[in-house]
Write a protein that binds this ligand. Structure first.
Ligand code: ADP
Length: 445
């Protein structure tokens, strides 16, 4: 191999190495300024000129701004502009879309050059101009220019290298534009969303004032006479058992039971009205410990009659932990409660992924629900059974629906009378949330 061949080979190797280094940076960094400056430094190094710049085409389609560069005095990068007229090498390159070499400014007759080139000690310039194509249907991003302080012929290998280099740079600029557009879109969506939240908050503030009054009335005004009824009925039972007789005693017991039930109703209504007022701040939560706790509560004292299996771990969801706990407690509690008389019930709790969301199923093989009743049972006080067979307040499923809505989710049921029920709640997938730390916190809730 001749010395010239050896020199050419080592030159090629250097250029390939630099291409690889730039490729690595182009993939790693999301900072356009850093990428452009580094691309100038590396290309200057590859061709031994130590002088390069990227000029960016402005919106008018004619002005080129020196966006990045190395080897220049202050006042060029970020400041100097070039008009892409026909008598400039830049204008010509933009028009033809091809690399343009001007080996010696002193003898160049085709183009005019801007004064800042000579001011920077560039006596003769060899510009290799590469158009960076910005992407399909869009104008070029700009031009990559390699300047030289001595006249210089650029070889075919140099031009080929620069074309590859500029293509890589074009792809990188395009990638960053897409990221920028995505981020812009995300920001815009957030600003819509925020306006909606503000509107809802204002509407809620009004109804919250009414709810406050309602909750106050329920808790104070109704509770007091209720306690009086219950208290006096107990006194009758304790101190007047003789004169009351068996029948009178049974009536007094029924007054106590009714008062207790009404207290339960008041508690449930208050829980519901508080839920209405709540501003649900959702975060990534692991529902597994909540489901296990609800299952434990439901089967306590009925171990033979209630079998509950939780397919652990369930999937993380975006939720407010207290509200999610209430929802799961109601669903699992109902599944355990509405069992066929004398037949053990099997309850299964499991989670499944559905297009970016997570659905938690609570399935039972209990009494089931006829289709015509399935919609209304989610309303407050809607019950399908008497207190004797299945005690309850009729508020549990209203809490489930309100809770699901508060957390940006939904709920529903699939069932057939006599063939069990499959209740579900669907929430945003907790794994979409960048902050996984909360999942661990959720386990402690
Ligand atoms: P409660 O359980 O206090 O009666 P809910 O609002 O939780 O009130 O439920 C409303 C009604 O929906 C229940 O009274 C019952 O008729 C029906 N229901 C709820 N869950 C089930 C279930 N798993 N199986 C059968 N019926 C159910």
């Amino acid at each position: 191999m001749s010395d010239a061949d050896k020199g050419g080979l080592s030159e090629l190797l250097r250029q390939q190495t630099i291409l690889a280094r730039f490729g690595e940076l182009a993939l790693r960094s999301d900072d356009l300024g850093e990428i452009l400056t580094e691309s100038c430094r590396l290309v200057g190094e590859a061709l031994g000129t130590d002088l390069a710049k990227v000029v960016e085409l402005q919106e008018d389609g004619q002005t080129l701004l020196v966006r990045a560069g190395v080897g220049w005095k202050p006042g060029v990068v970020g400041v100097a502009t070039i008009k892409a007229a026909d008598d400039t090498s830049e204008g010509h390159a933009l028009k033809t879309g091809k690399p343009l070499i001007s080996p010696d400014i002193a003898t160049e007759t085709r183009f005019k050059y801007p004064p800042f080139l000579t001011e920077n000690g560039v006596r003769a310039v060899a510009n290799v101009i590469i158009i960076i194509i910005g992407g399909k249907g869009r104008p070029p991003y700009g031009i990559l220019q390699i300047d030289s302080r001595t006249p210089r012929e650029f070889t075919e290998a140099d031009t080929a290298f620069l074309s590859g280099y500029a293509n890589l740079l074009a792809a990188t600029v395009d990638r960053l534009r897409v990221i920028g557009e995505l981020r812009g879109g995300e920001a815009r969506r957030r600003v819509a969303l925020e306006a909606q939240v503000a509107e809802r908050t204002a509407a809620l503030a009004g109804s919250n004032a009414q709810l406050d009054a309602f909750a106050y009335t329920v808790s104070h005004d109704l509770r007091a006479p209720l306690r009086a009824m219950e208290g006096f009925a107990r006194i009758l039972l304790d101190d007047y058992a003789g004169p009351l007789g068996d029948k009178g005693g049974r009536y007094a017991e029924r007054i106590v039971a009714a008062a207790e039930r009404m207290e339960g109703l008041i508690d449930a209504l208050l829980a519901y009205s508080q839920l209405q007022r709540q501003e649900a701040k959702v975060r990534a939560v692991d529902p597994t410990p909540m489901a296990l706790r609800a299952a434990d509560e439901a089967r306590t004292g009925h171990e033979g009659a209630i079998k509950i299996e939780v397919a652990t771990p369930l999937l993380p969801v975006l939720a407010e932990p207290v509200v999610l706990g209430q929802v799961l407690t109601n669903l699992i509690g109902n599944a355990a409660k509405f069992r066929r008389e004398g037949v053990p019930v099997h309850v299964a709790v499991r989670a499944e992924q559905r297009a970016g969301r997570v659905r938690i199923w609570v399935e039972d093989d209990g009494i089931g629900i006829a289709p015509e009743h399935q919609a209304r049972i989610f309303n407050v006080f809607e019950r399908l059974h008497g207190q004797e067979a299945y005690p309850g307040t009729g508020i549990g499923l209203a809490i489930v629906r309100k809770g699901a809505e508060l957390m940006g989710g939904s709920c529903g049921v699939e069932s057939e009378l006599g063939h069990g029920s499959r209740f579900w709640i669907e929430l945003a997938d907790g794994r979409n949330e960048a902050d996984y730390a909360h999942i661990e916190e959720g386990k402690k809730d």
